[in-house]
Design a protein around this ligand. Structure first.
Ligand SMILES: Cc1cc2nc3c(=O)[nH]c(=O)nc-3n(C[C@H](O)[C@H](O)[C@H](O)COP(=O)(O)OP(=O)(O)OC[C@H]3O[C@@H](n4cnc5c(N)ncnc54)[C@H](O)[C@@H]3O)c2cc1C
Ligand code: FES
Length: 365
């Protein structure tokens, strides 16, 4: 025996036995420490990123901003990124993605600007939040940002698609106020125009920021000729695009027709329903735990097929980012719609929103 080493042992046997006593077992589990921390202060957590609502601001009819003070588990964000906001609704946790609508700030405050959706559980619950309440936040995700440094920029947004643009505008105003930026924002009318005062304040100290508001009630939809008339040099500008599907399709087609797709970066808030071939093979899918069964066509996401059959699996981003829809596949093969990779036939975790069946499936749901 190495007695010298034994003499130096900082944790003698008696001490180790005391620490490992079953009485203290709960203290070795993060969940218990979290429960203790939350009991002292609901925003405290050793593992979860949470935030306290410090202010709620009415921005327009059906649109509110939540100002949030995150705890130390939140790792910060870049302009243009979004977070998963998780709320407890009727005893179940629901999460949806929302873009940060401010640039990163010295005081760490975050702003989410949320449009209430008819029948939407999370936007509805978010609108009912009050200062002092605590929410869960995922870490910031996404890479919706200009790739060039200093080049001419065009930002095209409609409706709540303005939120990531505001984050970029605030960040650029501070870091690159010489940059030539045009923002064209489409809304139904002046009353629906979000952040009008905030944008005017930015433009007043940033002469190379040009703002165009397009009211669809007065001028009709913002189509390619209208856009080209407002921004004659649009084809020379790197472009950020965010808004409802129809608006995004119009702009995407315009850039594609002009051979300018490479300079267009898009962020979609909507549900991108996969185009399904009506003749595609149909596969049986069963949820082993609940005993539910439905069928899904090759090419269709398992999430959409399940919803089409009246089931309500949990989801967040619907684009393979947040993993809220993740579940265990017990048997069968799936294709990942993002990578086009086909899985093996055995047990593994899959994401319902980006998986399509390649054979009959059994899922542990
Ligand atoms: C990256 C990203 C960033 C976003 N940023 C913002 C933002 O800054 N501000 C903002 O307001 N929104 C933003 N969104 C959109 C927001 O996440 C959605 O509007 C979200 O669905 C709202 O959640 P909800 O629970 O209120 O409504 P949901 O439950 O998601 O759905 C609302 C309505 O759609 C219907 N619905 C449900 N399933 C389907 C389906 N498969 N097909 C069609 N309709 C269906 C429901 O019946 C309901 O009426 C963002 C989305 C993404 C992906
Ligand atoms: S819903 Fe976010 S990964 Fe599927």
């Amino acid at each position: 025996m190495d007695t010298a080493h034994a003499r130096q042992d900082p944790h003698p046997a008696r001490f180790r036995r005391l620490v490992q006593h079953p009485l203290w077992a709960p203290l070795n589990q993060p969940g218990h420490w979290n429960a203790l921390a939350s009991a002292l202060n609901p925003v405290w957590s050793f593992t979860e990123s949470r935030a306290r609502v410090v202010r709620v601001v009415d921005e327009a009819a059906g649109v509110k901003s939540l100002w949030l003070q995150p705890n130390g588990r939140f790792n910060g964000f870049l302009p243009g990124q979004h977070v998963l906001l998780e709320l407890e609704i009727d005893g179940a946790r629901h999460g949806r993605c929302f873009s940060l609508s401010q640039a990163p700030r010295a005081d760490g405050l975050l702003r989410l600007t949320i449009k209430r959706k008819d029948g939407g559980p999370v936007s509805g619950a978010a609108h009912a939040l009050e200062a002092g309440q605590v929410v869960r936040l995922g870490q910031a995700q996404g890479d919706f940002a200009p790739r060039s440094v200093g080049g001419k920029l065009l930002m095209l947004s409609a409706g709540s698609g303005i939120t990531p643009m505001m984050s970029h505008l605030h960040a650029l105003a501070a870091a690159d106020p010489a940059r030539d930026v045009v923002l064209v924002h489409s809304s139904r009318n002046d009353a629906d125009m979000l952040f009008a005062d905030e944008m005017r304040a930015l433009a007043s100290r940033w002469p190379r920021l040009h703002l165009h508001q397009h009211s669809t009630q007065a001028l009709g939809r913002l189509d390619a000729p209208a856009l080209a008339a407002r921004v004659p040099d649009w084809a020379d500008r790197e472009t950020l695009l965010c808004g409802p599907d129809g608006f995004m399709q119009t702009v995407t087609a315009m850039y594609s027709a002009a051979g300018r797709s490479a300079q267009l970066h898009s962020e979609s808030f909507g549900r991108r329903a996969a185009a399904i071939d009506p003749d595609a093979a149909e596969h049986a899918v069963s949820f082993a735990t609940t005993g539910k069964a439905f069928s899904a066509k090759a090419g269709q996401t398992l999430l959409e097929a399940a919803e089409g059959a009246g089931l309500q699996p949990r989801f967040g981003c619907r684009r393979g980012i947040c993993r809220t829809c993740q579940c265990r596949k017990r048997s069968g093969t799936v294709m990942n719609l993002l990578t086009r990779q086909v899985s093996g036939p055995g047990e593994e975790l899959i994401q319902l929103c980006i998986s399509t069946p390649h054979s009959a499936l059994e899922l542990a749901l």
